[in-house]
Write a protein that binds this ligand. Structure first.
Ligand SMILES: [Zn+2]
Length: 138
């Protein structure tokens, strides 16, 4: 089952080659043949589904066990991954490290230094080059 949608585009913000929002992946058309980049974004889609599932489960438990008036929590579940990603540096770091590890494993690149540089420069993770390299290789 295909669990994501791809939209090819000629325009993404801030020098990114791809993005994932919920189940929707956007990738620059010039990277259409970059299977590693697609795998990277698919990791983010799976992260979104996992957090969505946990959010729905938590909403169900709270609605059943605490109060039926908590049902509006269901509406927040689709946004928890994005919120954690934006506000939580450790979560954002975990998400990107998982995605880059998969991208490197699948992509067939001659070097993984692009991923080290991206982790250091693009995501406000506060990582040094050596820390980023260690996270990707371990
Ligand atoms: Zn990413």
């Amino acid at each position: 089952m295909k669990y994501y949608l791809i939209k090819w585009t000629n325009n993404l913000a801030n020098g990114f080659g791809g993005t994932a929002q919920g189940p929707i992946i956007k990738i620059l058309s010039k990277y259409k043949d970059d299977v590693g980049l697609l795998e990277h974004e698919k990791v983010h889609v799976r992260q979104w589904y996992a957090v969505l599932a946990l959010g729905l489960l938590l909403s169900t438990l709270l609605t059943l066990l605490v109060s039926p008036s908590l049902w509006p929590l269901y509406g927040l579940a689709p946004f928890v991954h994005q919120l954690l990603y934006k506000l939580g540096r450790p979560y954002r770091r975990w998400c990107e490290v998982q995605a880059y590890r998969k991208q490197i494993a699948i992509g067939g690149y001659t070097s993984s230094e692009f991923a080290v540089a991206a982790l250091v420069e693009k995501y406000d993770l506060g990582l040094s080059i050596d820390e980023a390299r260690a996270l990707l290789i371990d």
